[in-house]
Write a protein that binds this ligand. Structure first.
Ligand SMILES: [Fe+2]
Ligand SMILES: [Fe+2]
Length: 416
């Protein structure tokens, strides 16, 4: 073991500390001399860690270096004796990496930076005294603006007779990795910002598209209203009746809202039917009824050629709201589940409202009479289970009848 007397040459050589030439115990001096000797042998370029020995007294806030490997003063551009001061002046961030369960992806970075770093310096030193080790990554900014990252791993030894602590460790320069990580984080942040901005833009555009689709519906239903004078409140009630039944069959919310807005377009094809038929005050002849039936196909054609879900649902309802459960309806004689659910629901709501509304050629039926008619045609005209659901929800239907202002349209409100 190196004796203190033998350490004179150490002091002459590259020793930059205080202990070997100060009034300290033999035990401490021997340990420092021994470590300086050992650490010098570890100071070569093939060792990624630069060995160092730092020391401090518990009574004093100052910290100093007993030994620093030759690459550190080069990295920090300072004399070995100024290493501690250079650290104090240049560290801008101190991080440790903690994992509670030793699973790498759960590693958390704990960081202290800026003014907090100088406030907590003493606390960090106490931590290393208690733990017996130091493990941290320092980000430094040197006077010339150079950024430097050093990983510090050291064991702390206590010499109570001298009130001195030694930190025996190595500093590894990890600037390349950390610069790459910082660059990656910067890119990820930029990608996230761009993605968020794009998502906001898309959401805004989707809202605008939705609003313009509702606008088209509003105008088309208005056009139907002009042609077919009774249509106004009929279209509004249809929306709400369809919404009540759709909710009762647990239709997916997004589809139900589309249904609510698409339902008033079911008779849009009446735009293509002549006034003599549309405005006739009396029952239609067979020939007139045959022309009237065309409104389903005309409506579907009017609403085709648009890829939006709303327009394709409106097209489907316009086309199928006169189909009958037993296949005797028009225009295609579809039956059972071949008729889309929205078409099956619309058929019931359409007939119920037509029956309970006054027409030039007939008085309004009571709800009871209309329900009897639905039940009579349960399984022939109408889907049986949907008639049952409609009847079961008659309170809600009556509520719409009572509260809806005539000729009011369900826009832009959403269904209740
Ligand atoms: Fe119709
Ligand atoms: Fe109708």
């Amino acid at each position: 073991m190196t004796k203190p007397d033998d350490s004179d040459w150490l002091i002459d050589h590259d020793y930059c500390g205080r202990i070997l030439c100060g009034s300290y115990s033999l035990e401490l001096k021997q340990r420092v001399a021994e470590c300086v000797n050992q650490f010098r042998s570890l100071d070569h370029k093939n060792n990624p860690a630069i060995p160092y020995i730092s020391a401090w007294s518990r009574n004093d806030s100052a910290i100093w270096y007993e030994y620093v490997g030759s690459r550190l003063p080069v990295l920090l551009s300072c004399h070995p004796r100024d290493t501690a001061a250079r650290f104090t002046d240049s560290i801008v961030k101190r991080s440790i990496y903690v994992s509670n369960d030793n699973i790498e992806k759960n590693i958390k970075q704990k960081t202290i930076q800026g003014r907090k770093l100088s406030e907590k310096r003493l606390m960090l030193r106490r931590e290393s005294e208690d733990n017996g080790f130091v493990e941290a990554v320092y980000k430094m900014r040197l006077d010339d603006g150079t950024k430097l990252w050093l990983k510090d791993q050291a064991a702390t030894e206590s010499f109570s007779n001298d009130n001195i602590y030694l930190s025996l460790g190595g500093l590894t320069c990890i600037s390349m990795e950390m610069k790459a990580a910082e660059e990656r984080q910067k890119n990820e942040k930029k990608i996230k910002t761009d993605r968020d901005r794009l998502a906001m833009l898309l959401e805004k555009q989707a809202k605008e598209i939705w609003r313009s689709q509702l606008e088209i519906i509003y105008r088309l239903t208005k056009a139907t209203e002009f042609r077919d004078k009774q249509a106004g409140s009929h279209l509004t009630k249809m929306s709400h009746y369809c919404n009540i039944v759709a909710r009762a069959v647990n239709m997916e919310e997004e589809k139900r809202i589309l249904f609510f807005h698409a339902a008033p377009m079911h008779d849009v094809g009446k735009i293509g039917i002549s006034d003599t038929i549309l405005q006739k005050k009396g029952p239609l002849t067979a020939a007139e009824f045959s022309i009237m039936k065309d409104h389903a196909i005309i409506g579907a054609k009017l609403l085709s050629g648009n890829s939006s879900e709303l327009m394709s649902m409106a097209k489907s309802i316009a086309l199928t709201h006169h189909e009958k459960w037993d296949g005797s309806g028009y225009p295609h004689g579809l039956e059972h589940e071949d008729i889309p659910l929205t078409g099956r629901i619309a058929a019931i709501c359409d007939v119920f409202d037509a029956l309970t509304s006054e027409r030039p050629y007939k008085k309004a039926w009571s709800n009871e009479e209309a329900i009897n008619e639905l039940q009579k045609k349960r399984g022939s005209h109408f889907a049986p289970e949907l008639v049952d659901i409609f009847v079961k929800n008659i309170d809600k239907i009556e509520n719409v009848q009572k509260n809806l202002r005539p000729a009011s349209l369900p826009f832009p409100d959403e269904p209740q």
